[in-house]
Design a protein around this ligand. Structure first.
Ligand code: CP3
Length: 345
């Protein structure tokens, strides 16, 4: 922390910083050998549900990479399970739900859980992480945005075509809206519990919203993320909204009312900035695969983005999506160092 406060939180609030803050989506994950070692002993969901393990993994990138924020080790699907759809995790296929949402009666069966009863391990992890961080960097809490979470509930797994979601959306819009409203209410309660436990910023992941046409993006994604954000008891806790996959809808994303908008790499930073700033801060946006370049070239790519921001306040550096498991750790370190060096004011 500098004498003015955490540079990550300052940038979220568009205040001046000593240098550009940076963190990496999926920073507490499989690209770290230390993570893979812990994973040999425990499956993924056990790691999420054991505060000691979640704490250990959350802290790894702070110690190893020198990032400016920690993000809670958990998953957007933890809330799905708590609402009543059991989750299984397969090594090769990723997360799978056996029961999915198909109609109004399946929506009616979903619960809106009290997070402290249903997922106490999340709030225990938050408190434990905060103790261990001991003020080094702020802790980001998170949830999936309602559209992405509802989509998972309908598709049951990662999808390429999104045929089931879109069929329900267009054939049974009332059911889709009822589902989104319920997920939004559960998400609001879940994030408020994280805030109460001590997280200092929030990110809403709308990973699948980029598949929507602009008009549907506003009606099915933005509207319910806005509902969540309006329901947060957050004082000055910044909220980051990140919908990846379609920069053409960035202007509409501003309607969610977040402090920061995350952008992926499919748009140049200066163009994203023109659409978003100065109303909101901007997070992003190096292509995650650029971390396969040699460090000299990673630095050149970082410089292009920093130059496009041109020293204006309100930039949080990040990748344009999660770091890939194959990424060499030394390249991730080179990335963080390059941002801190080139971002100096
Ligand atoms: O960023 C962090 O380091 C914090 C932890 C975090 C995880 N998942 C851990 C995880 C966060 C913020 C998430 C969010 C998440 N989870 C999203 C939104 C972000 C995005 O990537 O678009 C989504 C869509 C999910 C759902 C999910 N979880 C999938 C599709 C998968 C399997 C594919 C994959 O990327 O591994 C997961 C598993 C998962 N979540 C892992 C981790 C570390 C890998 C587990 C393992 O194999 O050890």
């Amino acid at each position: 922390m500098t004498e003015l406060g955490y540079r990550f939180l300052r940038a979220c609030r568009r205040q001046p910083v000593d240098t550009t803050p940076v963190w990496i989506m999926r920073q507490a994950g499989r690209f770290l050998p230390e993570y893979r070692k812990i994973r040999e002993e425990a499956d993924f969901l056990t790691m999420c549900k054991t505060p000691e393990l979640a704490t250990e993994v959350t802290l790894l990138p702070v110690d190893i990479l020198g990032v400016d924020a920690a993000i809670l080790f958990s998953d957007i699907l933890i809330l799905v399970e708590a609402m009543g759809l059991p989750l299984k995790f397969y090594e090769k296929r990723g997360p799978v739900l056996d029961h999915t949402i198909t109609d109004q009666s399946s929506v009616d069966k979903l619960g809106i859980p009290d997070p402290n009863d249903a997922v106490p391990f999340v709030m225990d992890a938050v408190r434990m992480i905060k103790r261990e961080l001991n003020g080094r960097v702020p802790l980001i809490g998170f949830a999936g945005a309602p559209y992405t979470v509802a989509s998972y509930m309908i598709e049951g797994r990662t999808s390429k075509q999104f045929a089931k979601i879109k069929a329900l959306m267009f054939q049974e819009p009332k059911v889709m809206h009822a589902l989104l409203d319920k997920v939004a209410k559960a998400t609001t309660a879940y994030l408020n519990a994280q805030i109460e436990a001590g997280v200092e910023a929030i990110q809403l992941f709308d990973s699948w919203a980029g598949s929507l046409a602009p008009v549907d993006f506003s009606e099915f994604a933005v509207r319910y993320s806005r509902q969540v954000i309006e329901g947060l008891k957050r004082d000055d806790i910044p909220v980051i909204y990140f919908a990846q996959g379609n920069p053409a809808v960035l202007g509409r994303a501003k309607d969610v009312g977040s402090d920061v908008i995350g952008v992926d790499w499919r748009i140049e930073m200066k163009d994203a900035w023109d659409v978003l700033a100065p109303d909101v801060a901007v997070q992003g946006n190096l292509d995650p695969t650029c971390l396969f370049l040699p460090p000299v070239q990673i630095k050149a790519r970082v410089k292009e983005i920093i130059d496009q921001v041109g020293g204006r306040p309100g930039h949080v550096f990040n990748l344009g999506h999660g770091i890939l498991p194959q990424t060499p750790v030394e390249n991730a370190i080179a990335f963080i160092d390059a941002v801190h060096e080139l971002g100096q004011r």
